[in-house]
Design a protein around this ligand. Sequence first.
Ligand code: G3P
Ligand code: MG
Length: 247
Amino acid sequence: MALNWPFPRIVAHRGGGLLAPENTLAALRCGLAHGFHAVEFDVMLAHDGVPVLMHDEQLGRTVAGSAAVPTLTSAELMVMDAGSWFGPAFVGEPVPTYRQAFEFCRQHDIWMNVEIKPAAGFEQITGSVVAALTQEWLGRDQRPPLFSSFSFDALMAAKDVAPAIPRGLLVNKIPPDWEARLQALTAVALHTDHKTLTVKQAQAIKSAGYGLFCFTVNDAVRAHDLFRWGVDGFCTDRIDMIGVLFN
Ligand code: G3P
Ligand code: MG
């Protein structure tokens, strides 16, 4: 069951955590500069079917505007400024494509947790496209990324297209039927919000042979506790602090 397991214990959330604008190449550079060779980022499809790094379906928070991402082409998104909101040092930092992020990670030997983040109504196509492209780009000797998603349908589509690339199901709270869901997806891991996880749940998931990954852990004491519970890894925004303590 446990494909490509274990994976890195501490992963830079959205590229560079709190130190750089999320889901940009600047964030990936920042994570790397802090010694991170493991990164999580969010991938969504643009109107032309090209996957780009983006967390929110609607513009407005990290990129100015109010359009929905699926209504914009990748060419339109790639000239938008995803850095100004964060600070003057990042003015003009563009929205990257998944391909650009993938190449950066390959070049610098950075392991990827690719969160498939479909816009509503685009679950299956996003899973299929991201999986197909990832499979096409993966080098023979390259460690595959770990796909994760809150969307069961997106992960199922990824499984259909690229079954050998491992999958983890993201949940905000462990559902009662977690094991059945993981079995249906032939997933290797469950990813959950650490705030809702109990030690009993952690033990059950580990006893069943699955990886257990948490988001988003920014406190060192909590990180110690989670590792004691058997949690395999987590992503963090505090790449300046947590990485130094645990890597
Ligand atoms: O993959 C873990 C975490 O990134 C999930 O939450 O909202 O930051 O994508 P979010
Ligand atoms: Mg994410």
